[in-house]
Design a binder for this molecule. Structure first.
Ligand code: PGA
Length: 258
């Protein structure tokens, strides 16, 4: 982390977990134990049907609610899809884009790019995900792969808007497996992502964007991961479903930074 230049962000990704009633229950518990300090931004990205309950429960708090996907089109004949302006109107501040679980369902880099542009246009903060598979890591192509995902995902994002983008590095082999990247492995990739942004934009912009790590981040390993200079927060799946665990990760972000 580096609080001098950029925000620390702890974001939950609930995936396909919890009903609206369970959302209300979680938020009630979470509110009572939520740290009062403001050392980081806190976001909870929840299933679409849980957004109203989450927004209502967190209205008076500093927790931003987010969605887990968005359609790139402004409106029209896209049965089952949700547009960015709908998410904004429902009270969302964030949206996860290009999660590897969605990429596995067929989402391409071009789709991710269109969604990032649509989210920015509507005023949402995109959390754009990237990450390599185990085969890619073992083949030694992690850097090239991530560089390509970042370049394609950010195509057409203006100099003005790049600082609104949050990037999440999530190695596929670490997601939901309990196998976390070591702080050094995660730092190496996050540092490379910042270098790519520096080349595409400028040093100032690269210094200002938040890059998160995701993949089996939990209350035990969060402190060490967040202590890395280029890891500005976490995108947390499993551990964000339990208020006590999520709170401990927020607390782990309260540490001295460079
Ligand atoms: P996990 O998921 O923390 O359960 O590994 C992270 C994610 O997929 O965003």
């Amino acid at each position: 982390m580096n609080r001098k230049y950029r925000k620390t962000v702890i974001a939950g990704n609930w995936k396909m977990n919890k009903t609206p009633s369970e959302t209300k229950e979680f938020m009630t518990q979470f509110k009572t134990i939520m740290p009062k300090g403001r050392w980081c931004d806190v976001a909870l990205c929840v299933p679409a049907v849980c957004i109203p309950a989450a927004v209502r429960a967190m209205r008076e708090t500093r927790v931003g609610i987010g969605a887990e996907n968005v359609n790139a089109n402004p409106s029209g004949a896209y049965t089952g899809e949700i547009a960015a302006n709908m998410l904004v109107d429902a009270g969302c501040k964030y949206v996860i884009i290009g999660h590897s679980e969605r990429r596995a369902m067929g989402e391409t880099d071009a789709d991710v790019n269109a969604k990032v542009l649509a989210a920015l246009e509507a005023g949402l903060t995109p959390i754009m995900c990237c990450g390599e598979s185990l085969e890619q890591r073992e083949a030694g192509i992690t850097e090239e792969w991530i560089t390509m995902q970042i370049k394609l995902g950010l195509q057409g994002v203006s100099e003005e808007k790049i600082r609104k983008v949050i990037i999440a590095y999530e190695p596929i082999w670490a997601i939901g497996t309990g196998r976390t990247a070591t702080p050094e492995q995660a730092q190496e990739v996050c540092e490379n992502i910042r270098a790519v942004v520096r080349k595409l934009y400028s040093s100032k912009n690269a210094r200002a964007i938040s890059i998160l790590y995701g993949g089996s981040m939990n209350e035990k390993n969060a402190y060490e991961l967040l202590a890395q200079p280029d890891i500005d927060g976490g995108l947390i799946g499993g551990a964000s479903l339990v208020p006590e665990k999520f709170v401990k990760i927020i607390e782990a972000a309260n540490q001295p930074t460079v």
